[in-house]
Structure formats: structure tokens, C-alpha cells
Write a protein that binds this ligand. Structure first.
Ligand SMILES: C[S@@+](CC[C@H](N)C(=O)[O-])C[C@H]1O[C@@H](n2cnc3c(N)ncnc32)[C@H](O)[C@@H]1O
Length: 246
């Protein structure tokens, strides 16, 4: 049980059911967010960028449309297979665990988008990821992290809900368990039934910035949604942090 709890992210994100449940997190959303970020950061064409925990590569592909060279990596081999099928001359995808040192370095920008962080029981492993990201950046390069605003997630909790998407029934219950927000997901799809779990650590903006400062990342700006409006802990849907390697 402890093994399942600690390694849930290896299995759940690799299933088709994760992608069905989150199908509204689509290319259109990625396109809008990336356009806003590229404009705000004024990213020059031909820059080298990494998309850490890229999933099926929706942000990577959008970045490549701005003539950027993108390395997308993810732990899920099914997602990377999908990303490779849609790759172009500017994109490269690999299966990689973000806790391990990155095989590529010298990036101008590193992205970590849509809550692709805070999964690990041991906070030392969260720190390891941030350290790997800082090491992979060129001096003066930027790190862009898009994380949940836990305060809002918890205050908006429907504790239990049932959703039917593409003929799949998802029975979902959310709880706070220690420092984690846990989503228990019961999947019912014809003959198939199974239980999954998703858990994300409640890490505040302050705690993220503290981790950054230990690895030489200096906070530049903080936004609260994909329109890049100002962050407000009591109302923003996201915490979007932009930091620079000093
Ligand atoms: C919420 S999804 C977001 C995916 C993608 N960024 C997007 O917006 O579509 C989180 C991703 O983190 C990946 N992931 C989880 N643990 C990981 C690890 N240790 N190393 C690399 N990727 C990981 C999952 O496989 C999943 O694709």
C-alpha cells in the first residue's frame, strides 16, 4: 500500500484514463498560455527550452511554433510515445525522471507547467527536481513554474463528484491528507473498473521561492492565471512563478 501511495504518479499518468479525465487541459489552453508567456518573456527565436514533465507535449509543440528548440521529457512512456508521433524538427522527446540529473543542459528557458511537481512524499525529492532544473539552465536563463494555488483548491472542494466523460464514469473524492491534497478516483468503463490516486503537495509560493533561492534562482514575477494577471492567494487559480538563474 505504501508503495502504491508513494509511486502513484508512475501508474496513473501513464493510463488513458488520466488523459480522458483531463481532456479539457488541451492544446487550445496550452496555445493561449504559451503565447502569453513567450510575449511576456520576449523569447528570441532559436532559444533552447526544456519542458519538464511535458506529458503528451502540448506545451512543447506550441513552443516550437515560436521557432524555439524544445526538449520535452516525462516519466510516462505512453505520453512520450504520443509526443514523438507528433514531433517536428524543433522538438525532441525522452522518457526521463525529473529527480535524476538531466542528460541535456545549457537551456535558456525551463518550463514546468500544469502542476507537474509536488508528487513526492520526501520533500528532498522536490528539492532535487528544482536543483536539476537550476543546473540545466544557463546563467541568466529563466525558470517558469505553473503550480496549484492550494488555498483556492481546498476552498473550492466539492468533496465528492461523479463525472462521465467519453463513456467513462469517474467517481472522485478529494481530501486533505497531511500536506497533500488527495484525489481518489474510481474508474468505471464497461467491463473495466479500477481505483487510482492523485496527490499533490500543498506548497506555498513562499516555500517554492525558498527552494529557488537555495539553488540560485531569483524570483522575477508571479502571476495568478494563464492571462498572466497578478497573483492573489485568496482568488488566483494558479501560482505562476518566473525566476532567473543568477
Ligand atoms: C499533470 S501532468 C501535466 C503534463 C503536461 N505538463 C501538461 O500540461 O499536459 C503531470 C506530468 O508529470 C509527469 N511526471 C510525474 N512524475 C514525474 C517524474 N518523476 N519525472 C518526470 N515526469 C513526471 C507525469 O507523467 C505527467 O505527464
Amino acid at each position: 500500500m505504501l508503495e502504491i501511495r508513494n509511486n502513484w504518479f508512475k501508474s496513473w499518468f501513464d493510463t488513458k484514463y488520466y488523459h480522458i479525465l483531463y481532456k479539457h487541459r488541451n492544446n487550445e489552453e496550452a496555445s493561449y498560455f504559451i503565447r502569453n508567456l513567450v510575449n511576456y518573456l520576449n523569447i528570441p527565436p532559436n532559444s533552447y527550452v526544456a519542458d519538464i514533465a511535458c506529458g503528451k507535449g502540448r506545451h512543447s509543440l506550441e513552443l516550437s511554433k515560436f521557432d524555439l528548440n524544445v526538449w520535452g521529457m516525462d516519466l510516462s512512456s505512453n505520453s512520450i510515445l504520443f509526443a514523438k508521433e507528433n514531433a517536428n524538427d524543433r522538438t525532441e522527446f525522452s522518457v526521463h525522471d525529473m529527480r535524476d540529473p538531466f542528460p541535456q543542459k545549457n537551456f535558456d528557458y525551463v518550463f514546468n507547467l500544469f502542476t507537474s511537481f509536488g508528487y513526492f512524499e520526501d520533500s528532498g525529492e522536490d528539492y532535487k527536481c528544482i536543483e536539476n532544473i537550476a543546473t540545466a539552465l544557463k546563467s541568466g536563463g529563466y525558470f517558469i513554474q505553473d503550480y496549484i494555488n492550494a488555498k483556492i483548491v481546498v476552498s473550492n472542494f466539492p468533496q465528492n463528484e461523479t463525472k462521465v466523460i467519453d463513456d467513462v464514469e469517474f467517481g472522485i473524492s478529494k481530501i486533505v491528507n497531511g500536506k497533500f491534497i488527495e484525489k481518489h478516483i474510481h474508474v468505471n468503463h464497461g467491463e473495466f473498473e479500477d481505483d487510482y490516486m492523485e496527490r499533490v503537495k500543498m506548497i506555498s509560493k513562499h516555500e517554492l521561492v525558498e527552494m529557488y533561492s537555495k539553488v540560485g534562482l531569483k524570483l522575477i514575477s508571479v502571476f495568478g492565471n494563464y492571462n498572466l494577471e497578478k497573483f492573489d492567494e485568496d482568488s488566483s487559480s494558479r501560482i505562476i512563478l518566473i525566476a532567473q538563474k543568477i
